[in-house]
Design a protein around this ligand. Structure first.
Ligand code: UDP
Length: 244
């Protein structure tokens, strides 16, 4: 954030963004449920130029045992970026950013998963970012919800996610990497449409109270678009021609 590339035109006089989108338009989104034979559930997502694979394992025994909970199941999430997923090679060692994003995604998924139905066990969610282009936490959270549903994990709802933000003093939907770097604000949102509940809300940047409200509204609207695609991915696998 903070105008690192001041020369870039993020929004032209016709309201067209640096990648040709309108202010309220998402990037191209493709979600596929299934695909990994050895996982209990899986999903693959392309969200613009983000490409992310998620594998879900469990409910299964917890090791080490002392981490298990007799009253409820536990959710464990690992968000991992491949060294080749970004322009400048990423060190393969887990970064502070990956640890933070793993925690944020875990906390965003917990209200959706009926952990109380499988005490003493764990559900593991492995997220592999193959290609990153801004908004990976939202794309990963979206795909993780589909992978959990694909694994047959009892859920209250799926969490759909997308970031809204601010560039050139305008609120936009689905912030890409350039907009994240050179724009004024980035607000990742995770939302359960059937329950009308936000489970992830972060903000990098500065907004007025009115802009803040607008960003939440725009983000929630975007999540509803994403949610339809999550449901379609599951329908395609279980009732259509898709899936494995
Ligand atoms: N990024 C990068 N190298 C890194 C980490 C991130 O190039 O080591 C890029 C990547 O494209 C990512 C973007 O910066 O999607 C924005 O990262 P941020 O931490 O805001 O998380 P995200 O928007 O992906 O959820």
């Amino acid at each position: 954030m903070g105008g690192r590339d001041a020369t870039m035109v993020l929004l032209d006089e016709n309201g067209v963004r640096c990648d040709g989108r309108k202010i309220d338009e998402t990037r191209r989104i493709m979600i596929r449920a299934g695909g990994l034979k050895n996982a209990d559930g899986s999903a693959y997502i392309e969200f613009g130029d983000n490409k992310i694979l998620v594998g879900v394992f469990g409910p299964r025994d917890v090791h080490p045992k002392h981490m298990s909970n007799t009253d409820t199941g536990i959710l464990r999430v690992r968000y991992h970026m491949e060294p080749f997923s970004v322009g400048e090679r990423k060190n393969p060692a887990p970064s502070r950013r990956e640890i933070e994003i793993s925690k944020v995604i875990k906390e965003a998924l917990e209200p959706a998963v009926m952990l109380e139905k499988f005490p003493r066990t764990a559900v593991d969610v492995f997220i592999e970012v193959l290609q990153a282009d801004g908004g990976t936490r939202c794309a990963a959270l979206t795909a993780a919800s589909v992978a959990l549903a694909d694994a047959g994990i009892p859920m209250r709802d799926m969490v759909a996610a997308v970031a809204s933000g601010k560039v050139a003093d305008t609120i936009i939907l689905d912030v890409n990497n350039e907009e994240d770097q050179a724009g004024q604000a980035d607000m990742p949102i995770g939302y359960m449409p059937s329950l009308n509940k936000i489970t992830l809300l972060q903000l990098d940047g500065v907004l007025t109270p009115d802009e803040y409200k607008k960003c939440v509204d725009v983000g929630v609207k975007g999540c509803k678009i994403v949610y339809e695609l999550q449901k379609k991915a599951l329908k395609d696998k279980y009732f259509g021609n898709g899936g494995d």
